[in-house]
Design a protein around this ligand. Structure first.
Ligand code: ATP
Length: 247
């Protein structure tokens, strides 16, 4: 469903992504782990289309999307949720979901209240709000919701485009352990055919959510396999300088 082939990225003399080849099957949930500076965000930015790779290619559902801009990738089914997501603070949770759905379904009009009343848009809002547990907050203004609920809404906005692949960059960063656990449950309850790639620093999320784990170190894939195998790997323990044992 999502594949990278020998992806490389350098910033001048700094080689940040080194021959990264990944292959995610439909419905696979993969977590990309790595210590600070391993190149996780740089890889994420290439996948979403914000950064052009120096060489190599990116494929979505069998098509080469390496040179496609962000919006075109979203239209092809590659959606992302991350802190930089622009939520509209003055609008409600439901309106934010509705606008994302309206743009995706081609119902976006100048008068956005018209767009939101379209049956197809309302249907997506109801479905997504349930998926990301936002039903109690639909009428709340974004400026009034908690940080944790914002993170749920960011995932909801990404899901409102009905993606094939959902990319997330550190979805629980800045969220306390209890809320993070709730967030992991939320991810686990998303439709099984949705392919997910999650960039993460925290190993707890990897073990709670991942079908497969990829570990980057100095821009290179140093592990690619099942969570159980990652847990027992001395090399990975070393990379994480002992923090592995806290997981
Ligand atoms: N635009 C840039 N120009 C130069 N170097 C960069 C640029 N972007 C990233 N780097 C370097 O690439 C390396 C990897 O950075 P990146 O942010 O991708 O790592 P990361 O694994 O996401 O780290 P963290 O967990 O700290 O966010 C770092 O050494 C960083 O300084």
């Amino acid at each position: 469903m999502l594949e990278t082939r020998k992806l490389d990225k350098s910033f001048g003399a700094i080689h940040v992504t080194r021959h990264v080849s990944l292959k995610l099957e439909r419905g696979e949930r993969r977590v990309i782990l790595g210590p600070n500076g391993a190149g996780k965000t740089t890889l994420f930015n290439q996948l979403v289309g914000e950064l052009a790779p120096s060489s190599g290619s990116i494929h979505l559902a069998g098509e080469d999307v390496t040179t496609l801009p962000v919006a075109k990738r979203v239209r092809r089914g590659l959606s992302r949720s991350y802190q930089k997501n622009t939520l509209f603070d003055g609008l409600t949770v439901g309106e934010n979901l509705g606008l994302a759905a309206a743009v995706h379904t081609g119902h976006a009009t100048r008068l956005w209240s018209d767009s939101l009343s379209k049956p197809e848009v309302r249907e997506i809002v109801a479905e997504v709000a349930e998926q990301v547990m936002l039903l109690p907050y639909l009428d709340a203004k974004v400026s009034e919701i908690s940080y944790g609920v914002r993170r749920q809404l960011e995932v909801g906005v990404a899901l409102a485009t009905r993606p094939l692949v959902l990319l997330m960059d550190e979805p629980t960063s800045g969220v306390g352990p209890e809320m993070a656990k709730g967030f992991h449950d939320l991810l686990n309850n998303l439709p099984r055919d949705l392919t997910m790639l999650i960039i993460e620093h925290d190993m707890d999320l990897a073990f709670d959510v991942a079908d497969t784990i990829t570990v980057l170190n100095y821009g290179e894939v140093v592990f690619d396999g099942l969570p159980e195998a990652a847990r027992g790997s001395p090399m990975l323990k070393e990379i994480y300088l002992g923090s592995w044992e806290d997981a």
